[in-house]
Ligand binder design. Sequence first.
Ligand code: 6PG
Length: 235
Amino acid sequence: MDSVKSYSTPLETAKELADYIRKKINDSQDSFFMAVSGGSTPRMLFEALAGMNEQINWSNLQLYWVDERCVSPKHEESNYKMTKEALLDKVSIPTENIHRIHGELIEEEEALAYYTIMLKKLPQRVDVPVFDLVILGMGEDGHTASIFPTQMHLLTEQCPAAIGTKPHSGQKRITLTGPTIMEATELIFHVTGKSKAVVLNKILSRAENYKDYPSSWFLSHSNLSWFLDHDALPA
Ligand code: 6PG
């Protein structure tokens, strides 16, 4: 059964999740392989983690991304840029522990390069890289990572990383695929805001057309938690 935690504000949600992650990193006996999402929600989380700089053993953390927009790392839509500004520039994580997706490169080549690195550096289970923790967001359309409702095949794509396309804009993204996300030892959805409430409620209550939303695919994960605020899930 998944664990659903709902806090009064996005800031409280971010701080609680940051403290949870701090403990996981510090308690790790060896490298802690974590993949983070982008978008706007994680910024508060990263800022809360940056505030814990002195309390976290950053050399334990091997940081990866769930997905990246196919743009320069200096582009305003770059997930890496946001993470760098909110977290990486403020903490003492070793540079060699940061494994960004190179959104500026040819997407087919970078998707191959990224999953080659994951297969080389991460533990594996049946040829699938195993993260200790994957932190997912959820879009208003129920997408997660860069797996959109129009590309449900990425939920079963065997290559650990593939190319997604954001509907309407057509923006290409490199994304972890379903099997790699599902193989993570632990999965956390970090979702806040009223705009997510309708879809989130359908997914958590497994109601109506909830299976149309990529996020619902991960409800069967054996170690799944939801860090939410009261706007996304009213108390
Ligand atoms: C991305 C994310 C994506 C995000 C959701 C929610 O690159 O955009 O990985 O999956 O988690 O779109 O985005 P917000 O946090 O901005 O609502």
